[in-house]
Design a protein around this ligand. Structure first.
Ligand code: SF4
Length: 321
């Protein structure tokens, strides 16, 4: 089989997918192969099994072996893939703490900044937060978790229809799971990204909606953001602005302070025990006992302590105390 891979496109973030057939119920038959590269590796995923290669030639050799006896079908004969679960629940300490308070949080984790080849965090450069990003905190420090996040980011960037179908499917599942456990479902879409979801219109069951929040008006959504100009925020979407101490971010911070659609401000401090009582003339409240920001008051600073690579941050993103 001819692979037809353009090396330049591959380096620019193109993910090549090869499929060899479909079952009558729309599920893939024996083999789906994906080929793409990250900053560190060439990645070949055969069904769910991931192989990493340091050189292009080794990856291609493996790919050629993987597609032996492979009968491709053309994209226009492909039925669309089934929606899949793309939200994580109970995957980190903070969301587990949320359950103690009666909430089940579904979080979408995408590869942050431009790791997937498309920048999903427009202010990460000015904020200097890529290195210290929470992407490296907790479960995100493991590479298979990172690869899953790159896959989901690629889904968002390259197959928006399937992404939306998967998101709706996933939120419905979180609602069902929450009800079964006697919990209240809440959704955080920018676990490790900064996308203006309020601006993304969608169609569900033939009905057009302004955004995903209006599809589920009784569900509480919440996020952190570094975009100071977010506006027309739906009533069920709570936004906390996320501070960076880097010099280039100070004009952004000043703009954010004037935006009343941003309810409060989160600041990462270097030391949990030395958080100040006040920051920027606002009271500092503990943000690490839960992640349920929408329960916090407005006009406060939510104090978080540095985790993962952020512990060693010297960019200024983390406020040293
Ligand atoms: S800290 Fe936020 S804005 Fe910065 S790279 Fe991570 S997810 Fe993106």
């Amino acid at each position: 089989m001819e692979l037809n891979i353009n090396k330049k496109d591959l380096f620019n973030g193109t993910m090549y997918t090869f499929k060899n057939g479909w079952d009558t119920d729309n599920s893939p038959l024996t083999k789906t192969i994906q080929f793409y590269c990250t900053q560190d590796d060439f990645v070949v995923v055969v069904n769910d099994s991931i192989s990493l290669f340091k050189t292009y030639s080794k990856a291609i050799k493996f790919l050629k072996l993987a597609v032996i006896d492979f009968e491709p079908i053309t994209p226009d004969t492909l039925p669309s893939l089934k929606p899949r679960m793309i939200l994580s629940t109970s995957s980190d300490a903070k969301t587990i703490k949320g359950q103690v308070h009666g909430y089940l949080t579904g979080i979408l984790y995408l590869a942050p900044s431009d790791i997937s080849g498309v920048n999903l965090c427009p202010f990460a450069g000015l904020a200097g937060c890529e290195v210290a990003c929470l992407y490296t905190a907790g479960r995100g420090a493991f590479s298979n978790v990172q690869l899953a996040r790159i896959n989901k980011a690629n889904l968002f960037n390259k197959d928006r229809e399937l992404f939306i179908a998967s998101l709706v499917y996933s939120i419905k599942k979180v609602i069902r799971d929450a009800l079964k456990q006697g919990l209240i479902p809440v959704i955080r879409l920018n676990g490790t990204s900064d996308i203006q979801f309020e601006k993304i219109g969608l169609t569900v069951d033939g009905i057009q909606y302004e955004n995903i929040m209006s599809v589920f008006p009784t569900v509480q959504f919440y996020d952190y953001t570094k975009i100071p100009t977010r506006s027309n925020i739906p009533a069920n979407y709570d936004l906390t602005f996320s501070y960076s101490g880097v010099d280039t971010f100070q004009p952004v911070w000043q703009k954010a302070l004037k935006n009343y659609d941003l309810k409060r401000f989160a600041v990462v401090f270097s030391n949990r025990d030395r958080m100040p009582a006040q920051f920027a003339e606002m009271p500092v409240v503990d943000g690490d006992s839960t992640d349920l920001r929408f329960l916090d008051k407005s006009n406060v600073v939510v104090g978080l302590y540095a985790k993962g690579k952020a512990k060693k941050d010297d960019s200024g993103f983390v406020v040293q105390v």
